[in-house]
Design a protein around this ligand. Structure first.
Ligand SMILES: Nc1nc2c(ncn2[C@@H]2O[C@H](COP(=O)(O)OP(=O)(O)OP(=O)(O)O)[C@@H](O)[C@H]2O)c(=O)[nH]1
Ligand SMILES: [Mg+2]
Length: 314
């Protein structure tokens, strides 16, 4: 059955893909079997992370990028990891019009992932959805995340290129973004460049970039006005330039291996966590240990060490 579903997905059946994504959300075991069959067909897509503070214009910029890429005949997949994203049909209804432009386009597949309420890690779920889109032949995959949590920094890290969006008008601009996100920026977009203060943000970022990162890639700073599409072509050009620089040669090989390690580790951590949980609960060991801890008969570190030894059979 998983073979059937995989074949239908590979054949471009959108309903089959949507069904798999729902099954993945529900943690259905059969979904993993389907993913196994899809995996050999992945690895072709270019994955771009788009991240930044709430309201920075991520969805608007993603929309503008979709428009650009569709104009070039590319098929585009979008994963919006964001409960308030207009793509999720959630809180921001005002953006419906812009969304509908792409919603009826068969060359665009948009999937939103809530940051809560799904099984497994957020980063793993995102990677799974990206894999499905990749296997379906969406050549460009855009992943929107609000850059707030550690999970989201991980997601950004798993893309080929990460665009970090900054906007003017937040006071001491550069300071308002999380330090972890600055580290993962491959390209900066200063969006809402139609607003006062954009020059200041650009020059602050340029100073930061020049004083910062070692290595051959100097992070470019691009001005965009996502609502009008201004600067979006220049932004994509920098994304392509980054891909060519980062993913080729020995450095590219290192990055591919690193992503593979991360992918494997996130699944293993997930599975091990679930295993530990299930095992300790079903044997009644968890209740015993909790009682010992609550009564201060032992400490959590010793108990955890003992549980580890039992679980690992050591
Ligand atoms: N003036 C101006 N407004 C913009 C620009 N880009 C986006 N906006 C507006 O900014 C608001 C937020 O845009 P979104 O695209 O929803 O921002 P977001 O980062 O996806 O927001 P969340 O998903 O809620 O974090 C909307 O009202 C947009 O119309 C821009 O370049 N200039
Ligand atoms: Mg959004």
């Amino acid at each position: 059955l998983s073979g059937d579903l995989a074949d239908r997905i590979l054949g471009g059946d959108l309903r089959a893909a949507a069904r798999l994504m729902r099954d993945l959300d529900d943690g259905a075991p059969a979904a993993v079997e389907t993913l196994k069959r899809l995996y050999p067909h992945t690895g072709k897509a270019q994955v771009v992370g788009v991240t930044g503070n709430p309201g920075a214009g991520k969805s608007t910029l993603v929309s503008a990028l979709i428009r650009l890429l569709r104009g070039r005949g590319e098929r585009v997949g979008v994963v919006a990891v964001d409960p308030t994203s207009p793509f999720s049909g959630g809180a921001i209804l005002g953006d419906r019009v812009r969304m509908q432009e792409h919603a009826t386009d068969p060359g665009v597949f948009i999937r939103s992932l809530a940051t809560r309420g799904h099984l497994g890690g957020l980063s793993r779920s995102t990677s799974d959805v990206v894999s499905v889109l990749d296997a379906m032949g969406y050549g460009k995959i855009l992943v929107e995340t609000v850059g707030v949590g550690q999970d989201e920094v991980e997601i950004a890290r798993s893309a080929h290129t990460t665009v970090v969006i900054m906007v003017p008008g937040l006071g001491d601009e550069v300071q308002t973004i999380k330090a972890g996100l600055l580290e993962v920026a491959d390209v900066f977009a200063v969006n809402k460049a139609d607003r006062p203060g954009a020059d200041r943000v650009v020059s602050d970022l340029e100073m930061l970039v020049h004083g910062g990162r070692v290595g051959s890639w100097s992070v470019p700073v691009v001005r965009t006005v996502a609502v009008s599409g201004e600067g979006v072509e220049a932004l994509w050009k920098e994304i392509e330039r980054h891909l060519a620089a980062a993913e080729s040669g020995e450095g590219g090989e290192v990055r591919r291996r690193h992503r593979a390690e991360q992918r494997l580790l996130e699944i293993l951590r997930d599975e091990l966590g679930a295993l530990v949980d299930a095992s300790l609960r079903s044997t009644g060991r968890l209740a015993e240990m909790a009682a010992a801890l609550a009564d201060r008969r032992s400490d959590p570190y010793t108990l955890a060490e003992q549980a580890m030894r039992t679980l690992l059979g050591g």
